[in-house]
Design a protein around this ligand. Structure first.
Ligand SMILES: C[S@@+](CC[C@H](N)C(=O)[O-])C[C@H]1O[C@@H](n2cnc3c(N)ncnc32)[C@H](O)[C@@H]1O
Ligand code: SF4
Length: 393
């Protein structure tokens, strides 16, 4: 049977963090109606998913933990009724500290959710405040301890660097405190100032750390986390052995996933599509089958050029990098020849390593990977030439 990851989006938050551009709304008054729409969507996709075994489920947001327990249980039952979920599926829920109780966590565990991802960001309350988070470090610590008590033995913590008011010392304090708690997985994101957010509007007046300090934080984190048993397996992700996030690995290795709910994205049956970012229009369209075509935002079959571009981008985000032999098998092209002008300077300037099997970013390269990858993709006119010559498979 083919394998599939399932993502469900919960677009609710208690408060909108000033930096966040994920689609979510505050004080939504009809969560139950949205949950019913999600269940209808599960039923709609049941037939097309029959040939698949669902081995990862990700309940993400927004803040899924806002949903009342009974409604969440009904949705989980509906997922198990409509999809072939494997017995050992990784089932993750995202939680914002201070939005969950011990009783809720125990119920999640009982219903088959076996991985918890908690958004902490920083252990320093002044930084949490600067980010407009609704919780303190103490709230987080209570949530973490409750999660252990409820039986979660696979927990991820989200941390950020490059936060307003953050210093090298306060960042080290966050790392040390988190490692002391001993979670299985740590995601470490560089705060991105998105134009569409309140932070975007005041970008220039934010007390952000200097770029070179930000890079020093990232380098320090890689070294510190590696020394404490967390292996970096992707640009922003570190895990103890065997605890890499299986669901996210599907995104990074071009495997299939189906996203349900408003604003979710899918790569399913060689097509990429996403659903509209508007909770009310989404729900109305799901309820009225005559309207069902309006829920799709983007829907397109991936061209050979895009497939190659994605393969390069996603492989290089992984710590192990790109394997040139596998790349050749994937698309029939020679990676080294394609980038013969770019690779030598990237290696000699310390952005990439020539590995035994191909190329991988160094820490310095990972830090600026978005810039390097966009130059590589701009440069890859060779892809078109090769495709035109019929070398693509
Ligand atoms: C979509 S949120 C969901 C988790 C949950 N709502 C929470 O905030 O606790 C997942 C993570 O994305 C990260 N994130 C969101 N916006 C970001 C940004 N602009 N830059 C970097 N990381 C960001 C945060 O670390 C957050 O914990
Ligand atoms: S970071 Fe999390 S809690 Fe904050 S607005 Fe985004 S999804 Fe909501």
């Amino acid at each position: 049977m083919k394998r599939l990851g399932l993502y469900l989006h919960f677009p609710f938050c208690m408060n909108k963090c000033a930096y966040c551009d994920f689609y979510s709304v505050v004080n939504y008054d009809d969560v139950e109606r949205y949950m019913d729409a999600l269940m209808l969507q599960c039923e709609d996709y049941a037939t097309s998913c029959e040939p698949y075994a669902v081995d990862t489920i990700f309940l993400g947001g927004g803040t899924p933990t806002i949903v009342p327990e009974k409604q969440m249980q009904a949705l989980i039952d509906c997922i198990y009724e409509n999809f072939n979920v494997t017995i050992d599926a990784e089932v993750t829920i995202e939680a914002n500290p201070a939005t969950v109780t011990l009783g809720q966590l125990k119920k999640y565990r009982k219903s088959g959710i076996n991985r918890l991802s908690i958004g902490l960001q920083s252990v320093c309350d002044n930084e949490l405040k600067a980010l407009s988070r609704v919780h303190s470090y103490e709230d987080f610590e209570k949530t973490f301890k409750m999660a252990r008590k409820a039986g979660f033995d696979n927990i991820n913590l989200d941390l950020m660097y490059g936060i307003p008011e953050q210093t090298m010392d306060s960042f080290i304090k966050s790392l040390e405190t988190v490692v002391e708690l001993d979670p299985e997985h740590i995601s470490l994101y560089n705060l991105k100032i998105e134009d569409s957010t309140p932070f975007g509007a005041i970008r220039d007046s934010l007390p952000l750390p200097d770029e070179d300090i930000e890079f020093a934080m990232y380098e320090y984190a890689i070294d510190y986390l590696t020394r404490h048993g967390y292996e970096q397996y992707e640009t922003s992700n570190f895990a103890k052995k065997g605890y890499e996030c299986k669901h996210n690995m599907k995104y990074w290795t071009c495997q299939e996933y189906l996203g349900l709910g408003t604003a979710s994205h899918s790569y399913f049956r060689n097509t990429r599509f996403s659903f509209i970012k508007d909770i009310d229009s989404f729900v109305s369209a799901i309820e009225d089958p005559d309207n069902s075509d309006v829920i799709t935002d983007e829907n397109y079959t991936i061209s050979p050029r895009e497939r190659v571009g994605e393969y390069i981008m996603l492989s290089l985000r992984l710590k192990k990098g790109i394997n040139v032999t596998e790349f050749k098998r994937f698309c029939g092209m020679d990676f080294e020849k394609m980038f013969e002008d770019l690779l030598p300077p990237y290696v000699s300037n310390g952005f990439m390593d020539r590995t035994a099997t191909g190329y991988a970013f160094t820490a310095k390269g990972m830090y600026v990977s978005n810039y390097i990858l966009s130059s590589m993709l701009d440069f890859s006119s060779e892809i078109d030439k090769n495709i035109a010559n019929g070398k693509d498979k």
